[in-house]
Design a protein around this ligand. Structure first.
Ligand SMILES: [Zn+2]
Length: 257
């Protein structure tokens, strides 16, 4: 069945992760179930902690369960404001009504650390090359990178980016979320690395690393730079269209608590 058919007539899903990024589990109400063969199903909830694939962030994974059934969520998909959860049936058959949702937290926390590191790299790269950077895209699963417009920076600038980012992570800084009106956003975000990709919304969510330019973003981040643990710039890969990908990794030793 097409996603449009599954989402038809359903209310927009309340996206809990936009306000509370550290929620790992929550109750929700299943409002629609569409079985797929006997092994899988699509579920729509009134509210969700599952971040769907989008904005460079891969889909969350986890479990939706009640006393009667359990579904392993493989993918959350955003369709015109409705989040559709697709998963494999482990036990019983899902039905409408109350359910418990639990994230695969180690994976989500890794993505949050990578996502925050990506914003930090925007800031540090701009400092290292001495001018504003413009992002083109990003991907926070594998391979993990941020795409930028322009030609590949010098090796010295890449090392400078990594050194500055490492220093800022060691020092720590709060990472906060704010909702701005469209007018406020246009004024405040002119230097944001993704300004050209801003959606035309009545309300724009921004993330700010203390001391850095606010960045419009709908993703999930850690609440302090220190939680990233560490970051390495792996390489910069030039692409044929005058853009390049800055491949990076975050250290594996940060706590996932
Ligand atoms: Zn973000």
């Amino acid at each position: 069945m097409e996603l449009g058919e599954i989402a038809a007539g359903q209310p927009k899903t309340d996206l809990l992760y936009l306000r509370e990024m550290e929620i790992r589990q929550a109750e929700a109400r299943v409002i629609k179930v569409v079985p797929e063969k006997r092994t899988h199903a699509y579920l729509i909830l009134d509210q969700t902690i599952f971040h769907p694939k989008g904005g460079g962030q891969p889909s969350d994974r986890g479990v939706i369960r009640s006393r009667e059934y359990e579904v392993t969520v493989k993918k959350a998909i955003h369709y015109k404001g409705v989040v559709i959860h697709w998963g494999k049936l482990n036990l019983g058959t899902p039905t409408e009504g109350d359910a418990a949702c639990v994230l695969d937290w180690p994976y989500r926390h890794l993505v949050m650390r990578r996502h925050t590191a990506a914003h930090l790299l925007d800031h540090c790269l701009a400092k290292a090359i001495g001018r504003r950077v413009q992002t083109t895209d990003s991907w926070l699963d594998e391979p993990c990178y941020v795409g930028y417009a322009g030609t590949v920076p010098s090796e010295e600038a890449l090392r400078g980016t990594e050194v500055l980012a490492t220093r800022m992570i060691a020092k720590g800084a709060s990472v906060s979320i704010k909702f701005l009106s469209s007018e406020e956003a246009k004024e405040l975000l002119q230097n944001a690395p993704n300004y050209e990709r801003l959606p035309d919304l009545s309300e724009i969510r921004t993330v700010t690393i203390d001391g850095c330019q606010p960045i419009p973003c709908g993703g999930t981040h850690v609440s302090n730079l220190a939680d990233i643990g560490g970051v390495s710039v792996v390489n910069a890969e030039p692409l044929s269209d005058e853009t390049y990908r800055l491949h990076f990794s975050v250290s594996a030793n940060a706590s996932s608590s």
